[in-house]
Design a protein around this ligand. Structure first.
Ligand code: NDP
Ligand code: 8X3
Length: 253
């Protein structure tokens, strides 16, 4: 019998690539995001290789999330994988220059949205039991601070610790939880973060051979296909081109 994945943020980047990879493997897919026209195009692209249900969904809307989960028709009402992927960064300025509304949008999406979707789907995942998985998109930004990362880094640190604590609570249910923490990855993420600045996008990725959404899709497929007795708690991935720098030291002149 086919497995079923519920994917948030399937309209772009990692979420879209994961839909294509899981669809290729014959998974049933519940594809969600705010841009319905992109979900429709993805459904067309997936064709007949898998069963697809699309739902326009803003993860910040708690009642819409619950309604979406409660109204899933068969065979989509039995969920094996929750891919908590929807998220964003806004801005690269130091904290003192940031817009608090952008901070709120990141917190509402990356933290509250992710926890809301998780809470709504936990009963279905627990009733699936052994082999069911939650894969949360964390980031290296949750591990390693950098200038201008401020609230985005904080949201991804939350995702990591929430993932671990969820594992404690789900002990004995068979449900797995992984924090997947990619580094530099090429997607619309950077256009969203910079307000559509194509030069910033080109500069960031130029010559860096960054992670591609398909790389993350292959990793997600691997995680979700592991034997049911294995849980990868945490997986940090960087492109080979990316590494750490020394601490910065501000010196008095
Ligand atoms: P993209 O910008 O390509 O995709 C982001 C997705 O999130 C879109 O499908 C968007 O859909 C969705 N989304 C954003 N806000 C909401 C919302 N309020 N409700 C529902 N969906 C929403 O970025 P990536 O694919 O790169 O990022 C995916 C995840 O991976 C994010 O959580 C990001 O933080 C994380 N990540 C990204 C890295 C990178 O360098 N790219 C590295 C590490 C982690 P729509 O706009 O249609 O709603
Ligand atoms: C995205 C990776 O390093 O731009 O989560 O914050 S980074």
């Amino acid at each position: 019998m086919s497995k079923t994945a519920f994917i948030t943020g399937a309209t772009s980047g990692f979420g879209r690539a994961c839909a294509l990879r899981l669809g290729q493997a014959g998974w049933n897919l519940i594809l969600t995001g705010r841009r319905q026209e992109r979900l429709d195009a993805l459904q067309d692209e997936l064709g007949s290789q898998c069963q697809v249900l699309t739902r326009t969904l803003d993860v910040r809307d708690a009642s819409a999330v619950q309604e979406c989960v409660d109204s899933l028709p068969a065979p989509f009402d039995e969920v094996d994988l929750l891919l908590n992927n929807a998220g964003l960064a806004l801005g690269t300025e130091p904290a003192q220059n940031c817009d608090p509304d952008e901070w709120k949008q990141m917190i509402d999406t990356n933290i509250l949205g992710l926890t809301t979707v998780t809470h709504a789907l936990l009963p279905k995942l627990i009733s699936k039991g052994a082999g069911a998985s939650i894969i949360n998109l964390g980031s290296i930004a949750g591990h390693w601070p950098y200038p201008g990362g401020n609230v985005y880094c904080g949201t991804k640190a939350f995702v990591e610790q929430f993932s671990y604590a969820l594992r404690c609570d789900l002990s004995g249910t068979g449900v797995r939880v992984s924090n997947l923490a990619p580094g530099l990855s090429e997607s619309e993420f950077t256009l969203v973060r910079t307000g559509g600045n194509q030069d910033a996008y080109d500069q960031l990725y130029k010559g860096a051979d960054p992670i591609q959404p398909e790389d993350i899709a292959e990793t997600v497929y691997w995680l979700a296909s592991l034997p049911a007795h294995l849980n990868v708690n945490q997986l940090e991935i960087m492109p080979v081109s990316q590494a750490w720098s020394p601490f910065s030291i501000h010196r008095k002149s």
